[in-house]
Design a protein around this ligand. Sequence first.
Ligand SMILES: *Cc1c(COP(=O)(O)O)cnc(C)c1O
Length: 485
Amino acid sequence: MDLRYWLPRAAEVAERWGERFGAFAAHPSHRVDEADFTAAFERFAKRLEHNYPFFHPRYAGQMVKPPHPAALVGYLAAMRFNPNNHAYEGGPATNDMERECVAALAAMFGLPAHVGHLTSSGTIANLEALYVARQSHPGRGVAYSSQAHYTHSRMCHVLGVTGHAVPADADGRMDPGALEELLRTGRVGTVVVTCGTTGLGAVDPVHEVLALARRYGARVHVDAAYGGFFALLAGDRAQARELGIDTAPWRAVAGCDSVTVDPHKHGLQPYGCGAVLFADPAIGRHFAHDSPYTYFTDADLHLGEISLECSRAGASAAALWLTLQLLPLTAQGLGAGLAASRRAALAWAERIEESGELTLHQRPQLDIVTYFPTPAGAPSLSAIDAASERVLRRGMADEHDPVYLSVLRVDAADFARRHRGVAADADGARVLRSVLIKPEAEAWVPRLHARVAALAAEPPAPAPAASPGPVPVPSPVLSPEESAR
Ligand SMILES: *Cc1c(COP(=O)(O)O)cnc(C)c1O
């Protein structure tokens, strides 16, 4: 796809369509001088260089990458119409596209029936799921694993619901035994399982949790904001076996009550694209409201009638729809990129396990690799923390061969469960974390590993070879966990 051809084509769609309504004079108040615009644009473009190279395999930090060109073209073309998917008359075309995308996402998880919509983020999708949970199980709390995204405890606070953190096992998965103890108290109405935790990419045992929750009359919400699209690989027996993906948790998602998935993470979309799906279409009653301003063309339930958000970009639905025409939700379609990410994670983990410079923190369950520099002397949490921080900073500061990682804070107990003989001289340690969200990471693994291993082997004092040149970006990107603390 050559964007030099497709971007002007995208911009023309609204223009060509608009011609049928006849010419009119644009108001002079918004007219700008071409030279002024040129100058402003140059300043603007310069400002944008203050960024990290998310597109490049050297960037192996957070779960970020640029959108697919098809998403970009779809978004731009639709944005010129500026449809608002709050209500059908806000843009019938993109409302229809949204419904089709949502149906495709529901089918990916095997939901037998569904109602749902796109959201501006996974956070809002989870808020909506927990709102429905509260309405359907009033007076009872919400349980989530200690490794769940911090949004769950925050949103419980927003909703005035008690949140309960359930301990995780040594692989970062919710401990079903601990959950059952909590369920027995009768205080929990909803269990949140995470399919792909943000920190470690751990997949909770959805099948076990679902059986327990049903026994105690609780709902189950699946937070698959980051990991959801791995359902494509889990749904293909041969792929799942080859890639070492346990299919049992994924198969159980179809029996859960609601699911969050973020197309703006593994779905190749620009930011502003999450999704929430509910298995029971009757939950729409929790959103019943009467707006005097909207809803005058469609007898169906409007997307705006099942959402807490009001205005939403129809362009997001357009971008996703166009992307899915080309890379459908199959193991061979969109799944091919996820398979490459998964292979990259397995290959890097293997290299780390064989290396003297780095230690694997935990075996990757999806495409997130966590590791730390192997301490030279007596191992301690403070030494591991300092060494991880050093590799993070030096990697970014190197002008000639930079590498961009992220860090994850692990508390002392979680650390001790995975590594023996490390002195607990602090309440935790940061380890390095790489989300290999780009399929290009697969070919880059040997270089990534060599670069990070070399950084880990450098002595703690400022290396004489370190470049004194300007650091491209002054502050490191913090992991969501870290920035939340
Ligand atoms: C990213 C993420 C969220 C939050 O989603 P946003 O789109 O960033 O608001 C919630 N849960 C999990 C598991 C995530 O990975």
